[in-house]
Design a binder for this molecule. Structure first.
Ligand code: PMP
Length: 431
């Protein structure tokens, strides 16, 4: 595959954009380095790069593009909205409509505020939990990524772990010392943390199904126990549903599992591909937010007509009956084929699949927490990634990310991907 134009642009990019990329997870450093592929166009399940190569896209822009690229309904909503002006700085009726849509899908979000990213949504839920409880400490799970605000970059996963940066530079020790990190799915560690710091914990941050060290579901009873122990200790439970919101179900993991947090953060899918975030929860807690209460949070771009219109269009599409079942069927078909091909080629993998999302770990051990994900073989993943890419299959360039199947992936895409996987594993077996 010829990627000489990507390579040329990358050299130019390195001169003006730090690392050549506007988000570290886009770089190919975790898969051996070199030029990342510069994309030019995308439609449905496909990408085209600047050299004219076509790819089947399983990145889905790290989650938001669940309907595929340039979906007609989302496209039309954005075009129509832009004709009426793109930013007002005043409230609009559409924001109210969209907030009502979100609340009817996720009833624990009694009151909602729109922001511009998942990072902002999480950062604000933390501030709010601190304002509400009068406490400072935050409990989080190792390897879970909650955006790049100071508190949650302590022992974060995803991008930072991929780059081997356990803690970001520039975060004061005083902030890091307010964060307690324990392994996911580990109830003993949770109990211990609560015994030790229970009366200081403002909130626990939970990915109710992990997407940031690959796809890792909560073990049965885990989420219930988190709620029970944190509530007993007087803290709040914050669900980070930035990835999981509307990914597996029309609503969140919370509505799928019938378990409610106190606060929820959303992002990604709810913007239909445009920048957005949202947080919300019980009215009594949300009443602390300005202008109702003493906790300040604001945003020039928050609730802008384009993001809101794209989000409404996206959610309307996602409410079609049978849509999530179909995504899950495709996920299962792909997962089974990958497992079978790995077995035939005697390549040890653990494949975690949930609905239309999956992660292939190069390990023969189960992956239920970050440590186990870390122990998977990154070099094997890099080989897998490169050979798949050569065949026009675009995966996230990190062993910690998920493959996201979108409604635009056709049976033919899946069949083509399965063939590429077979070829890749047989090449790897002969190396
Ligand atoms: N929370 C989770 C669970 C995420 O996966 C991400 C982004 N990958 C964020 C928060 C941060 O969202 P954003 O990149 O929109 O700031």
């Amino acid at each position: 595959m010829n990627i000489c134009t990507s390579e040329r642009i990358y050299q130019e990019a390195l001169n003006v954009i730090v690392g050549g990329v506007n988000s570290p997870s886009r770089s190919f450093r975790a898969v051996g380095g070199g030029a990342p592929i510069f994309m030019k166009k995308a439609k449905g399940s496909h990408f085209w790069d600047v050299d004219g190569n076509r790819y089947i896209d399983y990145l889905a822009a790290f989650g938001p593009i669940i309907l595929g690229h340039a979906h007609p309904a989302v496209h039309q909503a954005i075009v129509e909205a832009s004709e009426n002006g793109i930013l007002y700085g005043t409230p609009t009726e559409k924001e109210v409509y969209f907030a009502k849509m979100l609340r009817s899908a996720i009833p624990s979000m009694e009151q909602i505020r729109f922001v511009n990213s998942g990072t902002e949504a999480i950062m604000t839920t933390i501030r709010l939990a601190r304002a509400y409880t009068g406490r400072d400490k935050i409990l989080k799970f190792a390897g879970c990524y909650h955006g790049h605000s100071d508190l949650v970059l302590v022992a974060a996963g995803s991008g930072p772990s991929t780059l081997g940066i356990p803690d970001s530079a520039g975060i004061p020790q005083s902030i890091a010392s307010e964060v307690i990190t324990i392994p996911y799915n580990d109830l003993d560690a949770l109990q211990e943390a609560v015994n030790h710091w229970g009366d200081q914990i403002a909130a626990v941050l939970v990915e109710p199904l992990v997407g940031n060290f690959g796809i890792v579901p909560p073990q049965p009873g885990f989420l219930e126990k988190v709620n029970e122990l944190i509530h007993q200790a007087g803290g709040l439970v914050i669900y980070d549903e930035v990835i999981t919101g509307f990914r597996f179900h029309y609503g969140g993991i919370q509505t799928l599992y019938h378990i409610e947090p106190d606060l929820t953060a959303l992002g990604k899918i709810i913007g239909g591909g445009l920048p957005i975030g949202a947080y919300g929860g019980r009215k009594e807690i949300m009443d602390k937010v300005a202008p109702m209460g003493p906790m300040y949070q604001a945003g020039t771009m928050a609730g802008n007509p384009l993001s809101i219109s794209a989000g409404i269009a996206c959610l309307q599409e996602l409410s079609s009956p049978g849509l999530y079942e179909e995504l899950a069927q495709k996920g299962k078909r792909l997962a089974e084929a990958i497992r079978q091909s790995a077995q035939e080629n005697e390549i040890p993998i653990t494949l975690n699949q949930y609905g239309g999302a999956l992660t292939v770990y190069f390990t023969n051990q189960p992956v239920t927490n970050y440590e186990e994900a870390q122990a998977s073989d990154g070099e094997m993943f890099a080989k897998f990634f490169r050979i798949m890419l050569e065949q026009g299959i675009y995966l996230a360039p990190s062993k910690y990310e998920a493959w996201f199947i979108t409604t635009s992936h056709s049976d033919q895409d899946i069949t083509e991907t399965m063939k590429a996987v077979e070829h890749t594993f047989s090449q790897m077996a002969s190396m």
